[in-house]
Every structure is written in structure tokens, then in C-alpha cells.
Design a protein around this ligand. Structure first.
Ligand code: ARG
Length: 471
């Protein structure tokens, strides 16, 4: 029997029933639905709409349903459309007609809006833990191999040397912002729509605040039309998930390149790699590639949700039922991606020699050499020009910047129209700090600002991250 069937004659067309049902996916809300129902029963009690006996029977029935959902013994009846009607029918089957009182002063519209907020709240809490795991994995690698030197790049061209730890900590920053966005979303989502009824507000004197407090909400929605039709929190959650996936995807992209033998900076553990069915030689960083790939799905879900909402008049419209596959899938995808990336990063083997060799290619210390000249009074523009000339000479000679002899450097300084540069050349010899700046360690040490790659700065940043994560 259809719960809303009073005014209908005949049966539903099977195509229509199958098309409109949501039980295949919204059963994920079962525990939230039951929790909200128990709180609602207490609310009905406070409003003197139930006797003590009825309350006891209803709560006992709901608790027994909860136990069955938890142990997986409940079966969902597709003919009952959605999780709300499945649970109400199951309740009545257990405790008899008094079960028919649970829906007093409630609509599936405020019910599902409440369930979704409860579901999202606990899912965000779980995801927060997973983001922290990912951060721990990055910081763990930074502790283990962070003093390796990476060729920092812009335009995918060698730019300046950076500590590997510095690079890894950049991702920790992104993930911390992701946590912040999810926390913001949780705060706004954590209010109760229960009592909004179908759209106009429940027709009984329900103490909405009390019921909200029982469910751990921070407050209640202020407008019943908005309460049943607001899905902003779904968009916000999806947007924060998508951005987190984008961060993981950027890291995944780097890991795939770094593990190409041409780079050879890292090697994924066998346990996080796959092979080819045809090429016996292959070892592929599949998990990283798939994380990169799956970010597309999560990004798509934001667009899907915004598009779903954009044409909807107030209040609840059935379109909203389709918020669930998008949200559930995106959360599960992010969770799985965080877990696999955490494992992959924790088990990477780092080839410091290959990294170091690459960091020295492309005259990456040139900026540091120019900075050293500036410290000796040369204008930055003149220093840039002198060092640019030296890079050109080194390139033509096929040697690194720190392999140029004193005479070449002195000549370049002498040729400059900068007085301080000329004087340096006249002083004879090349200042020791110029030589030092031309080396990787010296170049990095020069970037000694808050947030810079100077080893002592990175050490501080790493210590901070370790303390925050309890590592
Ligand atoms: N399954 C529905 C959803 O997820 C529940 C709300 C249905 N409300 C209604 N008036 N048909 O949106």
C-alpha cells in the first residue's frame, strides 16, 4: 500500500515507480533518519501529542530498527520508494498502528533535509580525520627525506632549488585550508530544519529548539520554506571536496612525473603500483593516476548540484532527491582518494641523488648569485644582467654556474656599467659568498624569510606541523 495512496486509484506504473524511488541510495541515511525520528518523538511528547506509553513504544521500536540497520539485517522494500517510508512501515510492522503517530507534524521534506544535515555532519567529521591522515603521511615523508633537494619549477622549467620538505609542506598548507573549508561548511549546515513541515511550518506547537538541541544542532533554520529547500550546504560540501580533490590531483600529477625514469626522483612501492597485461617491464603509478582522474567526477558533482538548484522555485521540489548520489559519491571518492594517497606517499622511495642532480641543472642558483651581488652593493637590475651573461657563458661552455672560473666572473663584473660591480672586479678574486650562493645549499640558505626554503625556516615549519599533528 502506498503511504500517500489515499487519493489515488489503481496502481503506479512500474516505470514511474522505478524512476522516482530513491531507496537504492538513500538507505545511507537510515541511521540519521532514525536518530531524527527519536528526537521528533520526544518533541511530540513535549507538545503533549503522545502519551508516555506511546513514546516508550515508539522509541523502543525505533531503537530496534537502528540495531537492525547497524547489523545489516534490515531489508529495503523498493516498492516503498524511499528510506523514510521504508522505516515507517517497518516501525509499524514492529509496534503496530501507534507507529502511525511518528509522522505527526512532520513531512518527508523537513525529514530529509534534517537527515542530510546529520549525514553530512558526521561525514565531514570522518573526512576531517582522513585529511589529517594525509597530512601526517606528507609530514612523515618530509621527516624521512625532507632534506633532499628538489628542482623547484615555474613554467615547468628549472627555477630555484627547494628542500623536498618545503615542497611537501606546501601540500600540507592546502590540506589545512581544505579542513578549514569543511569546518565552515559544517558550521553552517549544523542547524535543524525539523519542524518546518512540508513547507509552511509544522501544524503543532513543537519546540524546535529543544529537538534541535537533542540532535546536537547549533540552532534551527529560521524560515520553513528555506528550511525544506535549502541545499546550499550540499554545494558548499561538494565545493570543498572538489578543491581537496584538486589538491590531491596536483600531487598525483607530480608523483607520476617524478616516478618516470627520466626524472627518477621517487619510486612507488610495489604495493602501490600496478603492471601491464602485455608489457612485462611496466610498473605504473595507477593509484595516483586514478586520484587525478576521479577528481573530475567530484568537480562535476559541484556543477551538477548547482545546476540542479538553479531553476528551482520554492520550496521542496523532487529534483532535490538527486542531491544524494552526487554528495554520497563525492564524499566516498574523496575519502578513498585520501586513503590511497596517504598510503602511496608514506611508502615512496626517494632517490636523493637523482633529485639533487636535477636540482643543479638549469642554473637554478642564478637568482641566489644575483642576490649575493646585491648584498655587495650592485643594483638588482645590473646583478641580473651580469648573472644572465654568466648563465649564457656557462650554457655555451656546457658547465654549471659554479664551475665557471674566477677570470670569467671577474670579466663579467668588469664589463658591467654598475660601479659596485666594477669595483668588485677591480678588487680581484671572486667574493666567497658568490661561490657559496652558486651552490645548492648556499642558494637555499639565502631564502631566509618566513615561509622560505632556507633549511632553518623549513625546520621550523616542519616542527610546527609535527607538533600540530602530534608526530
Ligand atoms: N526521497 C525524497 C528526497 O530525497 C524525500 C522527500 C520526498 N518528499 C516529497 N514530498 N516527495 O528528496
Amino acid at each position: 500500500m502506498r503511504m500517500w495512496g489515499g487519493r489515488f486509484q489503481g496502481t503506479s506504473d512500474e516505470r514511474m515507480a522505478e524512476f522516482t524511488r530513491s531507496i537504492d541510495f538513500d538507505h545511507a541515511l537510515a541511521l540519521d533518519d532514525i536518530a531524527a525520528s527519536i528526537a521528533h518523538v520526544h518533541g511530540l511528547q513535549r507538545a503533549d501529542l503522545l502519551t508516555e506509553d506511546e513514546v516508550e513504544t515508539l522509541v523502543r521500536g525505533l531503537a530496534s530498527l537502528r540495531a537492525d540497520v547497524e547489523n545489516g539485517s534490515i531489508t529495503w522494500d523498493p516498492s516503498l520508494e524511499d528510506v523514510h517510508m521504508n522505516l515507517e512501515v517497518a516501525l509499524r510492522a514492529r509496534i503496530g498502528p501507534v507507529g502511525g503517530k511518528v509522522h505527526t507534524g512532520r513531512s518527508r521534506n523537513d525529514q530529509v533535509a534534517t537527515d542530510m544535515r546529520l549525514w553530512l555532519r558526521r561525514t565531514l567529521d570522518d573526512l576531517d580525520g582522513s585529511v589529517v591522515e594525509m597530512e601526517k603521511s606528507l609530514v612523515g615523508l618530509a621527516v624521512r627525506d625532507g632534506d633532499a633537494i628538489l628542482p623547484g619549477m615555474t613554467h615547468i622549467q628549472p627555477a630555484q632549488p627547494v628542500l623536498f620538505a618545503h615542497h611537501l609542506l606546501a601540500y600540507v598548507e592546502m590540506l589545512e585550508r581544505d579542513r578549514g573549508r569543511m569546518t565552515d561548511c559544517r558550521r553552517r549546515a549544523n542547524v535543524s530544519p525539523l519542524g518546518s513541515g512540508a513547507l509552511a511550518g509544522a501544524g503543532y506547537p513543537l519546540d524546535r529548539e529543544a529537538t534541535a538541541a537533542e540532535l546536537g544542532f547549533e540552532g534551527v533554520t529560521a524560515n520553513s520554506l528555506d528550511g525544506v529547500s535549502d541545499r546550499d550546504f550540499v554545494v558548499e560540501a561538494l565545493a570543498s571536496f572538489a578543491l581537496c580533490m584538486v589538491h590531491l590531483s596536483r600531487l598525483a600529477e607530480e608523483i607520476t612525473w617524478w616516478s618516470n625514469p627520466r626524472f627518477g626522483f621517487v619510486s612507488a612501492a610495489d604495493s602501490f603500483s600496478t603492471g601491464s597485461s602485455m608489457m612485462p617491464n611496466k610498473k605504473n603509478p595507477d593509484p595516483a593516476e586514478l586520484v587525478r582522474g576521479k577528481s573530475a567526477r567530484v568537480i562535476g558533482s559541484v556543477t551538477a548540484m548547482l545546476t540542479l538548484l538553479k531553476g528551482l522555485p520554492l520550496a521542496y521540489q523532487k529534483d532535490m532527491q538527486d542531491d544524494k548520489p552526487a554528495l554520497f559519491d563525492a564524499a566516498a571518492t574523496l575519502e578513498a582518494s585520501l586513503m590511497v594517497m596517504a598510503g602511496m606517499v608514506a611508502t615512496l622511495t626517494v632517490n636523493r641523488d637523482r633529485m639533487r642532480a636535477a636540482a643543479g641543472e638549469g642554473f637554478t642558483t642564478a637568482t641566489a648569485v644575483a642576490d649575493a651581488l646585491v648584498r655587495r652593493g650592485v643594483t638588482f637590475r645590473a646583478a641580473h644582467h651580469v648573472v644572465g651573461g654568466l648563465v649564457g657563458e656557462a650554457e655555451r661552455a656546457g658547465v654549471a654556474l659554479d664551475a665557471l672560473d674566477d677570470a670569467t666572473i671577474a670579466a663579467a663584473l668588469a664589463a658591467s656599467d654598475d660601479a659596485a660591480a666594477k669595483k668588485l672586479a677591480g678588487d680581484g678574486g671572486v667574493p666567497a659568498e658568490l661561490r657559496k650562493a652558486a651552490e645548492l645549499e648556499g642558494a637555499m640558505a639565502g631564502c631566509d624569510v618566513t615561509g622560505g626554503t632556507a633549511p632553518r625556516r623549513v625546520e621550523l615549519a616542519l616542527a610546527k606541523a609535527r607538533e600540530r599533528l602530534g608526530l
